[in-house]
Design a protein around this ligand. Structure first.
Ligand SMILES: Cc1cc2nc3c(=O)[nH]c(=O)nc-3n(C[C@H](O)[C@H](O)[C@H](O)COP(=O)(O)OP(=O)(O)OC[C@H]3O[C@@H](n4cnc5c(N)ncnc54)[C@H](O)[C@@H]3O)c2cc1C
Length: 599
């Protein structure tokens, strides 16, 4: 089985040469005080050691053993508890947390790279602390000062963990249907009763306490989503930082599932458990969205991490496995056959994985940059623009990265031939582990609806214009620069320009048909994909420009490799966008023609 090698060189290229974080961080006072590029690279190096040395070795055994439930008690696989202890002692739980409550205050641009390494090493393990980080964000944004002081320090230190309790058996996508009740308790608390299902880390043995964020409705709540409020419900009550009595929160069972077997997916029962309101009554879904948006990007990154791990395994295997003869100069007569990496079809698979993984990583950093601007910048105009971009791009990241993440893991498995189907090599586990990322945190279909409906149609394409304008300015800067005549870059920019023009026209078409709900619903996934490929073309042009600039004074092969992969992306992957555009142009009448009962 391939050992995980943290892609630190690629990460450093993106941070320093593509996004020039040194200048960005220098320009924002709060970040200037917190982080510089040396600190950032040292943190990533340590994170890489943690991921590859401690967390990755538990991936296979965790999958074999799985999380267990006996008599209401959940246990994680052997080694998880000790590894989590080291993780918490290293301060990793509070990496991006608010320093006022004990967090490290590091930028999201480091957080996304850290998350990627954790998911690549072990998706199940990564999920436990990820949920806690998202809950902290929601609590910090919407909780009262008293709640923040009481809970945030122990969450940031890793002493306690969190869960996100939304889903009920009859209410998944449509959370307006939830039945969990919150009854005012005569003081500042509420009594929460109901059953939540599919709760990741709802119970586990890594932490002494679990702080649940629970969606529930007051007795007089408005119908639907407007009636939902958010409550903090500890597993064990807390007084003066000490654990006191059990809070009637129990785990009824855990699910037996296709992948992420070491992550406990719990049925959680709340039986008049004491809870505290977070944010305002009836604004629970909006507050929860702070957590869900964080988690959506994070789950997108699960797609990148699994895709990266699949690529590393497949590339190593393809250079080693001898089958059939290559063509012409690729033949090595000293061997009985050639390594499969010489074959065009194997190269297609490897390059597809690599081009999509690297573009995803760049795009995750691009979104993280916008998140950092919204959080740290004092420039109100920049903050407004970055907020619009985050809202627009988060569903794209979640769905596109995870769809491509699954594609990468399946391609990786395919490179191994029959051996990819066998447990021993670890490739089938990656396929199983990444598959859930297309489903939870809102299915990818729902992400696409969020993009086309709420983020594009409902604001008449204003946030979309922010993005397309930024690409147009980037292209215009390039055209006015001395690199415009570069024979490798110029064709890429021509294709990027055509791609964004087509996406603009497509967006206008969508806006013109927005009155018909079926047009939005039936075209959403194709629109998200067409959008994603334009965004990736933007990322590949950014990376290619940085590579050409570096090549002028540095012969590191990383830069030439970037250009070769960029050329592959434009030649072989960007054309996929045309299929999605064509599907949308043809309308949805063929989708809606078959009567329901004929399915
Ligand atoms: C392993 C695992 C871990 C999870 N972790 C958590 C967790 O920690 N916390 C939590 O609260 N939940 C969690 N979930 C629940 C998860 O978020 C939901 O399963 C998911 O949001 C989909 O809801 P559902 O399963 O009820 O599907 P449904 O809502 O029933 O959807 C079924 C299908 O219909 C489609 N659909 C629904 N409505 C529409 C529409 N209007 N237009 C078009 N298509 C539509 C969906 O896209 C989907 O394909 C987890 C689930 C799993 C399996």
């Amino acid at each position: 089985m391939t050992e995980f090698k943290p892609p630190l060189n690629d990460m450093s290229f993106l941070l320093t040469k593509v996004f020039d974080v040194a200048s960005l961080w220098e320009s924002i006072p709060q970040l200037k005080e917190t982080v510089d590029i040396d600190t950032a690279e040292a943190i990533l190096e340590e994170a890489g050691k943690l991921a590859s040395g401690l967390i990755a070795p538990l991936n296979r055994s965790g999958d074999e053993e799985g999380a267990q439930w006996h008599d209401g008690v959940v246990t994680t696989p052997a080694g998880f508890k000790e590894a989590y202890q080291t993780f918490a002692e290293g301060g990793w739980s509070g990496l991006g947390g608010d320093p006022a409550y004990g967090g490290m205050g590091m930028p999201k641009m480091l957080g996304v790279l850290f998350d990627e390494m954790m998911y690549a090493a072990n998706s199940s393990f990564a999920l436990y602390p990820t949920l806690t980080s998202g809950a902290c964000l929601a609590l910090n944004a919407h909780g009262s000062e008293a709640l923040k002081q009481k809970y945030l320090p122990s969450l940031y230190s890793g002493r306690w963990a969190s869960s996100m309790c939304l889903t009920e058996s009859h209410s998944g996508t449509d959370l307006g249907l939830i039945r969990t009740k919150a009854i005012p308790n005569g003081d500042d608390s509420y009594l929460i009763s109901g059953t939540k299902i599919f709760i990741t880390g709802g119970d586990q043995d890594l932490n002494e306490n679990i702080i649940h964020l629970v969606l529930a409705k007051l007795p007089d709540a408005a119908p639907g989503a407007r009636g939902i409020s958010l409550f903090l419900v500890p597993k064990i009550n807390v007084e003066n930082d000490q654990l006191t009595t059990a809070n009637n929160v129990s785990c009824g069972s855990i699910e037996h599932k296709m992948g992420i077997k070491a992550s406990a997916t719990c049925v959680m029962n709340f039986d008049e458990s004491v809870g505290y309101l977070v944010g305002e009554v009836g604004k629970g879904l909006a507050c929860m969205f702070t957590m869900m948006n964080y988690e959506r990007l994070s789950i997108g990154i699960q797609g990148i991490g699994c895709g990266e791990m699949a690529y590393q395994g497949a590339a190593e295997y393809a250079k080693d496995r001898l089958q059939s003869r290559g063509v012409g100069a690729l033949k090595d007569p000293s061997k009985p056959a050639d390594p499969i990496v010489v074959h065009g079809d194997v190269r297609r698979m490897l390059l597809t994985m690599r081009a999509n993984n690297e573009a995803s990583r760049a795009f995750a950093l691009y979104i993280a940059k916008q998140l950092d601007i919204t959080k740290f910048s004092e420039d109100t105009q920049a903050v407004a623009k970055a907020s619009g971009l985050v809202a627009l791009l988060t569903p794209v990241a979640k769905a596109f990265f995870t769809d491509l993440g699954l594609e990468s893991t399946v391609l990786g498995q395919q490179v191994y031939g029959g051996h990819g189907y066998i447990r021993e090599w670890g490739m089938e586990q990656l396929v199983r582990d990444v598959r859930i990322a297309q489903i939870y945190e809102g299915t990818n279909g729902i992400q696409a609806l969020d993009l086309i409906g709420r983020k594009v149609a409902m604001n008449q394409g204003k946030d979309f214009e922010l993005f397309s304008q930024e690409i147009r300015e980037f292209v215009s800067d390039f055209n006015g620069s001395e690199l415009a005549s570069n024979t490798r870059l110029a064709p890429m920019f021509t294709q990027l320009t055509a791609s964004i023009e087509q996406l603009e026209q497509l967006t206008q078409l969508i806006l013109s048909r927005a009155g018909d709900g079926n047009e939005l619903n039936g075209n959403a996934v194709d629109y998200l994909n067409a959008f994603g490929y334009s965004a990736f073309a933007f990322m590949w042009c950014m990376m290619a420009v940085a590579a050409v600039k570096e090549q002028q004074h540095d012969d590191n092969c990383l830069y030439e490799n970037k250009l070769v992969v960029a050329e592959f992306f434009f030649a072989r992957i960007l054309p996929r966008q045309q299929a999605h555009i064509g599907a949308i142009q043809s309308g949805v009448s063929s989708l809606m023609a078959l009567p329901n009962e004929m399915f």
